[in-house]
Design a protein around this ligand. Structure first.
Ligand code: SAH
Length: 373
């Protein structure tokens, strides 16, 4: 990994998991919580502002010293710490390994686009959806994250940007595309999105948020009614059920037509087009025939297709595609008037793909530990 910046333990060890996590709460809830501790309600709003600015208790200057000390004993401002980060020498993409209070880890990726900094946020430790190409799902789902743990990832990235001297040191866009299935952690994901919308919070507008789902149909329909108008990305990865079932176990539960109907419903309810993600996999879903079939399927749907050249994961035995295959697939869709782009590959030198850094780090640590014995 020559040329990479690798930082081990740049922040303190994670706090005790038994403390109250204040980052889970909105201003009204923090005010109510303050009242239960005999602090005035207006302290709740101050706490909210400090937490979302990334400040820990000792630095919350307008709170009384005894309150700050007490807060340190009973609560954590936010429960996420950067355990490791790698900065790409190619494009400045930063890959984080975030430590949670119980010792679990999740990944995040910070990418720099012309429209600002974009953070890829995880919603679960691992995932139970079992997609055939994905590294996050190899050991199943350990647990779901709380809203505060999702917010904590954003706060860590903001802090990284401040410390790096960035001229505009905040995350502008969020994609829920890290480990986990956001709609399998429905309530906490919605709570996180509502926290983002708070006026005095981290101020990432929901128009700048994308939620990616493998296609949990009932939750997609329910989510359309939440008044949380994010961009919905749907991992389609196939033009029909036979191929989709080979790649995604969830396709056995929800047929592709139901996923597309739920996507249409989302467009109708929110007025926003849906993005379909399509990971091109050699010999499975990447020929012009599949592109034609996909175009037929998507006809009339207000959507955009995002082509992702498969990032092969060693344990999965699936093959990526050549540049030529991507181009042909894209051209076939364009000829059929389907709006399509290919995802830019970023951070190629730092194990940018989902789940790879966590797996390689945890793998190394297991090896190191066994070598010590
Ligand atoms: N659970 C959500 C978020 C997953 S990650 C979902 O299924 O949409 C975001 C995207 O990366 C998904 O489209 C996922 O299918 C895709 N992905 C996962 N592993 C990949 C790999 N090895 N190569 C290319 N895309 C991958």
């Amino acid at each position: 990994m020559s040329g990479d910046t690798q930082v081990q333990n740049p922040t303190p060890a994670p706090p005790s998991p038994s403390k109250v996590c204040l980052a889970d709460m909105n201003p009204a809830e923090l005010s109510a919580w303050c009242k239960t501790r005999d602090w005035p309600a207006f302290r709740g709003r101050q706490l909210f502002q400090w937490i979302h600015r990334g400040e820990d208790f000792p630095g919350m200057r307008n709170l009384p010293a005894d309150m700050r000390a007490r807060l340190g004993e009973i609560a954590v401002a936010q429960p996420v710490h950067i355990r490791l980060k790698r900065v790409s020498q190619l494009d400045g993409t930063v890959k984080f390994l975030f430590a949670l209070a119980d010792g679990n880890c999740v990944e995040g990726v910070l990418m720099h686009y012309h429209h600002g900094h974009t953070l890829c946020v995880s919603t679960q430790v691992g995932c139970r959806m079992g997609c055939a190409f994905c590294a996050s799902t190899l050991e199943g789902c350990v647990r779901s994250l709380s809203a505060g743990e999702m917010l904590g990832q954003v706060l860590c990235a903001n802090r990284h940007l401040r410390e790096a001297g960035d001229p505009d040191p905040r995350v502008h866009n969020i994609v829920l595309m890290g480990s986990g299935e956001p709609l399998d952690n429905y309530d906490e994901t919605c709570r996180f999105l509502r926290l983002l919308r708070e006026e005095e919070g981290v101020c990432v507008g929901l128009r700048n948020v994308s939620l990616s789902t493998c296609g949990l149909v009932p939750q997609m329909r329910r989510f359309a009614g939440e008044d949380l108008p994010v961009t919905l990305s749907v991992s389609l990865h196939a033009p029909n059920d036979a191929i989709r079932r080979r790649l995604m176990p969830i396709a056995r539960v929800y047929p592709i037509e139901e996923v597309l109907d739920a996507s249409r419903f989302y467009v109708e309810k929110t007025g926003r087009r849906v993005i379909f993600e399509y990971a091109l996999t050699e010999g499975i879903n990447a020929s012009p025939r599949e592109a034609e079939e996909l175009a037929d399927r998507l006809r009339g749907l207000q959507c955009h297709v995002n082509l992702i050249p498969l990032n092969p994961v060693a344990e999965r035995g699936l093959q990526g595609v050549t540049e030529d295959t991507v181009r042909r697939f894209q051209q076939t869709l364009e000829r059929r008037h389907i709006s399509v782009t290919r995802r830019r590959e970023m951070g190629d030198d730092i194990e940018g793909a989902c789940g790879q850094l966590r797996r390689s780090t945890l793998g190394r640590e297991t090896k190191d530990m066994s070598e010590e014995r």
